[in-house]
Ligand binder design. Structure first.
Ligand SMILES: Cc1cc2nc3c(=O)[nH]c(=O)nc-3n(C[C@H](O)[C@H](O)[C@H](O)COP(=O)(O)OP(=O)(O)OC[C@H]3O[C@@H](n4cnc5c(N)ncnc54)[C@H](O)[C@@H]3O)c2cc1C
Length: 438
């Protein structure tokens, strides 16, 4: 039976990889002097040396940068390159749409990574990776050399036909990366009339946060029910059925939000016309007051631009013992950009980052990566403004398939939505973000 409180605890802990103290002991066992660490600090005596560059300061990249220093010590030179000055969390961003959160409340700076762990934070956009010369080039032309590279750029989106221009995109925002589109979508919802129609489309798998679009449908329906009577949420799902938390969302669509949410599986979008606010699909032309169309995903563009998109032309296949790219030795790809059997989720990105950091530190010390990593994931899904369901999963390395496989005994979803779950969601989120950014 899953104990969901464990996931709150694990999010704030060290996952399955070695702790800083563990790395010091490892160094001591080698005859090198192990050095005790303070809680938020960097050990000095691990004996590990190397230069690691991390591309992308999101859930995966920030965690990897922090733990490379926290476990690896002062001999590991870590540079984090991020194009934005702060990170805006996607997790919890659906709560901006019902007015219970702001985008600003979801922002996290990089000051702690620099001051507490000595990560060198560089604001910049990596455009080129030179796997032979072991260096990356930033948009301004500067180069950073590395011994090991971690690439964590998250996702980019494919354009839906009809949404090629910025003007069309502004009329049908996906808001699947928190920012100005999220605020714009919130404003569109509040501008809806009574009896209005909100159209939400869900892309084919894999996409980031499998339960996320269904959660969004619930939160928008819940707000409309109370504030714009007679309105509807039409969900156009490219997948053959609900992709996550089937029990919770079936109940939410059929019972909690009955008559408000209209769910259509297996929908292919042929084109979008933002002048008439119409989505042309295989089940007919659907008109809405608001079009919230989440496009198909691919790894952040630095992946394909540098020959790393070997999985379906969109993602990077990796060895999940180290997250080293199959096609590029010395380059590790983590988070949403990696093709693994685990979901594309922030909690999993945090876990992959720790396994990867641990593996890099072992490799830099002439060891092999841990042969039996485990990861875990939790996801809380608000169903109304004050109740939530949850989904948890644990994954263990399967040496036969060389993949991470779910452990049935510790995976599952909530029996029912509750206010208690909603409160735990906030604790889980705070612990997860602190583990990555504080
Ligand atoms: C609405 C919504 C709700 C969600 N809810 C949950 C949830 O409840 N639980 C959960 O676990 N997950 C959730 N997720 C998923 C989660 O946000 C992602 O899976 C997670 O952010 C992936 O982490 P990442 O580090 O791979 O990518 P990101 O967090 O997107 O970070 C990528 C970073 O890389 C930077 N970058 C990209 N390219 C470059 C470059 N070339 N140079 C420099 N910087 C670059 C970007 O600016 C960005 O900061 C949700 C997602 C959405 C959209």
């Amino acid at each position: 039976m899953v104990k969901r409180r464990d996931f709150i605890k694990w999010a704030g802990g060290a996952g399955i990889s070695l702790t800083a103290a563990g790395w010091s002991l490892l160094a001591a066992a080698d005859g090198k002097r192990g050095t005790a660490t303070v809680a938020a600090g960097v050990p000095t005596g691990t004996g590990i040396k190397g230069r690691v560059v991390v591309i992308g300061g999101g859930m995966a990249g920030a965690t990897a940068a922090k733990y490379l220093r926290y476990w690896g010590g002062t001999g590991v030179d870590v540079t984090l390159v991020e194009r934005d000055t702060s990170y805006t969390s996607n997790i919890m961003s659906n709560l901006v749409l019902n007015g219970s959160r702001t985008v600003t409340s979801l922002q996290y700076g990089y000051g702690n990574l620099a001051s507490r762990y000595g990560v060198k934070v560089v604001k910049g956009d990596v455009t080129a990776i030179d796997p032979v010369g072991r260096a990356v080039t930033l948009a301004g032309g500067s180069r950073l050399a590395y011994d090991r590279l971690v690439v964590a750029p998250g996702v980019d989106f494919d354009l839906l036909p009809g949404l090629e221009t910025a003007a069309a995109q502004a009329k049908a925002p996906h808001a699947w990366k928190t920012g100005p589109q999220t605020t714009a979508l919130r404003n569109m919802i509040t501008a809806m009339p009574n009896g209005g129609v909100f159209v939400l489309s869900i892309p084919p798998k894999p996409y980031r946060c499998p339960p996320g679009p269904y959660e969004r449908a619930c939160l928008v329906a819940d707000w409309l029910k109370r504030n714009r009577p007679g309105s509807k949420v039409i969900v156009l799902d490219a997948n053959p059925g609900i992709t996550a938390e089937v029990h919770s969302f079936t109940d939410a669509f059929d019972v909690v939000h009955q008559g408000v949410i209209e769910y259509h599986p297996g929908v292919a979008i042929a084109s979008v016309d933002t002048t008439t606010m119409t989505v042309n699909t295989n089940i007919g032309n659907i008109r809405g007051n608001v079009l919230n169309l989440i496009p198909p995903h691919r790894a952040g563009k630095v992946i394909a631009a540098n020959g790393l998109a070997d999985a379906g032309g969109k993602w990077t296949s990796v060895d999940v013992l180290s997250y080293e790219a199959t096609v590029a030795p010395g380059i590790h790809v983590i988070g949403d950009a990696a093709a693994t059997t685990q979901p594309k989720a922030g909690h999993i990105a945090n876990q992959e980052a720790k396994v990867c950091a641990d593996a890099i530190l072992r490799l830099l010390s002439g060891r092999l990566p841990d042969a039996a990593p485990q990861t875990n994931s939790a996801c809380y899904s608000p169903i109304t403004a004050d109740t939530a369901s949850w989904l948890t999963a644990t994954f263990a390395y399967d040496p036969l398939t060389k993949t991470m496989q779910p452990v049935a005994a510790s995976s599952g979803e909530a029996a029912a939505r509750s206010k208690d779950n909603f409160e735990e969601m906030t604790k889980w989120f705070t612990a997860l973000m602190a583990d990555s950014f504080a």
